[in-house]
Design a protein around this ligand. Structure first.
Ligand SMILES: Nc1nc2c(ncn2[C@@H]2O[C@H](COP(=O)(O)OP(=O)(O)O)[C@@H](O)[C@H]2O)c(=O)[nH]1
Ligand SMILES: [Mg+2]
Ligand SMILES: [Zn+2]
Length: 350
């Protein structure tokens, strides 16, 4: 028989928990800011927070519990369980804290499969998919690409080829919440397995989870499909499906911020970083300064224009994620400067 206990608590964690005889084993099923809900091994669902000592011992933000974590708690103090420690994480998917550079937070832990959801209409972006794939491999879970809204796509073959080239060795599924039975998803959604849905806001994650649940439990975006989806998920929650699989809905990418992409960028574009070191000015913007090694390499073809463009695009997106307000302000100022310059020129020409 499948009970909530056997679903939520594999023998591995029951075994680990025996080292903490004073505490009770629980799993984090909901996180909203600093507040948690857990289900304990005896089946109770209750609020939880970390102990004072836990908070004191934290050295990086990702040390804090996340949805999916197995934790040892004290339940004697009243309604709120006190979390004393996190048991070994078999996988950990990180996100970057909104607005702060280089601070990774734990988004969800102990996930078997991560569905990277990407809609087949205007959400489609292979470069972003590549970054998600890297982050999922890094997390220790297995990625599956879930191409959503196939009903809105009329060049599926072409897009599939692009995805296949970017996601070598990764399962690729195509769905439409409107048309399909979701059978293809079910082979990953086995009793006791945990699957997280990640991807841009509006990609159709909550819609799919509702379909799997057979009820409208999660709010979904009500915007038209040619618009950008609205952020409707603000907390992370682990939901147990009727068949005993567990799914985690996550907020969209902008809310997530980008995980520490800058390190990945440095690694992926080491040649460009090395060139930039050779520029005469250390603050060179590579837009025509004398002695600019990047400009020189572009001119000779040593650095292909296309590679330079991808680098610019990725660093711009990363700057946006780090500090979107400031980024937009800088962009706006640049635009104003340009229009001022154009006006002056017009006047001069008259
Ligand atoms: N045409 C079409 N629209 C969909 C599909 N799946 C979701 N949508 C719509 O896309 C919007 C965003 O969906 P939602 O599930 O909230 O996306 P989330 O932000 O990823 O959770 C909603 O208006 C859904 O009705 C689909 O397969 N086909
Ligand atoms: Mg959603
Ligand atoms: Zn330069």
């Amino acid at each position: 028989m499948i009970t909530e206990k056997t679903i939520l608590f594999p023998p591995y964690y029951e075994a680990l928990s025996s080292e903490y005889p004073d505490f009770v084993l629980g799993r984090i099923v909901l996180q909203e800011k600093g507040l948690y809900n857990i289900i304990t091994v005896s089946g109770y669902r209750q609020p939880a927070e970390v102990s004072g000592k836990f908070r004191f011992d934290v050295s990086v933000p990702s040390d804090y519990p996340a949805v999916g974590d197995y934790v040892m708690v004290d339940i004697n103090g009243g309604d709120t369980a006190i979390i004393h420690s996190i048991l070994h994480r078999r996988s950990l998917f990180l996100r970057r804290a909104a607005g702060t550079a280089n601070t990774e937070q734990a988004a969800c832990a102990n996930i078997d499969t991560i569905f990277i959801c990407m809609a087949l209409n205007n959400d489609f972006n292979v470069r972003r998919l590549e970054r998600y794939l890297a982050a999922v491999w890094e997390s220790g879970s297995v990625p599956v690409v879930l191409l959503t809204k196939s009903d809105l796509c009329d060049d599926l073959e072409l897009k599939l080829v692009q995805v296949q080239n970017a996601a070598i060795g990764v399962d690729i599924l195509t769905t439409s919440a409107i048309k399909d039975e979701l059978d293809t998803l079910l082979s990953y959604l086995k009793p006791g397995k945990t699957v997280a849905f990640v991807g841009s806001s509006g990609a159709g994650k909550s819609t799919l989870i509702n379909r799997l649940l057979g009820e409208e439990r999660l709010k979904t975006g009500s915007l038209r499909n040619d618009d950008r989806g609205r952020h409707t998920t603000t907390h992370r929650e682990l939901i147990i499906l009727p068949n005993g699989a567990m799914v985690i809905d996550t907020p969209g990418m902008r809310e997530l911020g980008m995980w520490d992409a800058s390190e990945g960028i440095d690694a992926a574009f080491a040649d460009i970083e090395a060139l930039a070191e050779e520029c005469r000015f250390s603050n060179c913007t590579h837009s025509g300064e004398p002695g600019c090694a990047i400009c020189e390499a572009l001119k000779t073809g040593k650095l292909p224009q296309s590679r330079w463009q991808s680098y610019l695009k990725l660093t711009a997106e990363n700057a946006y994620a780090e500090d979107s307000e400031n980024y937009l302000a800088v962009k706006e100022k640049k635009f104003k400067d340009i229009s001022k310059y154009n006006k002056t020129r017009k006047r001069e020409r008259k």
